[in-house]
Design a protein around this ligand. Structure first.
Ligand SMILES: [Zn+2]
Length: 258
C-alpha cells in the first residue's frame, strides 16, 4: 500500500485520537479509548501487584482507603477504585493504573508520613491515570499496530488459549510496564501529574503544602537504585518539583476558594 493511500487513515486517526487533558487543557494523542484503557488496566492489575505480600489490615491501609475515598470523588471519574498496600520497605513507589487500581509500597510510607503527604502521593498517581498518561506513552512509543495487538489480546476471552497468548504478549511487550507501572513517564507528564494532583488535594480538603514538604524530604533522601525503585530516578529532581509546586499553590487555592 502506498503512503498516499494510507494517509487518510492516519489523518482520521489523529482527528479521532487527539484529545485534551482535563484541568491543564494540554492536547495529547491517545490511540486507545478510555474504556479500552480501563480494561487493560484491570487485566494488568494482578500481574502488576507482583509477588509482594499484601497488608490488608492496620492503620496504614486504613489511611490509604480514607485518602482514596476523599480524592476519588473530586476526580469526577467513575472508576472501580481500589487501593492496596504491599509490603516492600525498600520500594519507594506507588502507582495508579488506568481504571483507578492503586498500589502503595510500604517503602513510600516511610517518606510520606502524614495523611496530607500520602494524599500528595496518591493525588499525583491518580493524576497520571486521570490524564491518560499510560495511554499517551503507549500511543507515542509503540504505535498503532502494537496498541491494537495488545488490546485485542487483553480484551479477548478468558479461555486457556487466550490466556496463553496474552501471557506471551505480556512477556514480549512487558504490558504491565507499558500501562504506566514501569514505563517512565515523561518529565512533562510528571509535572502535569504534580499540578493535577495539587488540584485534587485542594478539592479534597488536604493541605497542598504537604506536597512541597514531601518533595523536600525526598531531596534529602538517598536516591535508591534498585529495579522497581524508580519513584525518584524517573521523576524530575525533587527540589525542582518542590519549587514548582510551591509556585502553583496560590493559583490552585484561589481556584477552589469559596
Ligand atoms: Zn509520577
Amino acid at each position: 500500500m502506498t503512503f498516499l493511500k494510507k494517509r487518510p487513515l492516519f489523518l482520521l486517526l489523529f482527528l479521532v485520537a487527539c484529545s485534551t487533558v482535563g484541568i491543564t487543557g494540554r492536547r495529547q494523542l491517545l490511540l486507545m479509548s478510555e474504556s479500552e484503557e480501563i480494561q487493560l488496566g484491570l487485566s494488568t492489575y494482578k500481574q502488576a501487584i507482583g509477588s509482594y505480600p499484601e497488608i490488608r489490615t492496620g492503620p496504614q491501609i486504613a489511611m490509604l482507603k480514607r485518602v482514596l475515598s476523599r480524592i476519588a470523588p473530586v476526580t469526577g471519574k467513575k472508576y472501580p477504585w481500589e487501593v492496596r498496600l504491599l509490603k516492600a520497605d525498600n520500594v519507594v513507589n506507588a502507582w495508579c493504573l488506568p481504571g483507578g487500581k492503586i498500589a502503595f509500597y510500604t517503602g513510600i510510607l516511610k517518606i510520606a508520613r502524614t495523611e496530607d503527604e500520602v494524599a500528595a502521593v496518591m493525588g499525583h498517581e491518580i493524576a497520571h491515570a486521570f490524564a491518560h498518561h499510560g495511554n499517551e506513552r503507549m500511543s507515542q512509543n509503540m504505535g498503532l499496530k502494537a496498541v491494537a495487538e495488545i488490546l485485542s489480546l487483553a480484551l479477548s476471552g478468558s479461555g486457556r488459549k487466550g490466556q496463553e497468548t496474552r501471557n506471551n504478549v505480556m512477556l514480549a511487550f512487558g504490558v504491565a510496564s507499558k500501562v504506566g507501572v514501569l514505563l517512565p513517564f515523561s518529565r512533562r507528564q510528571e509535572s502535569e501529574a504534580d499540578e493535577i494532583g495539587l488540584h485534587f488535594m485542594v478539592k479534597a480538603g488536604y493541605d497542598p503544602e504537604a506536597a512541597v514538604r514531601l518533595w523536600e524530604r525526598m531531596a534529602k533522601g538517598r536516591a535508591p537504585s534498585s529495579g522497581l525503585d524508580r519513584f525518584l530516578s524517573t521523576h524530575p529532581q525533587p527540589l525542582d518539583r518542590a519549587k514548582a509546586l510551591q509556585r502553583l499553590i496560590p493559583k490552585v487555592r484561589a481556584k477552589y476558594r469559596r
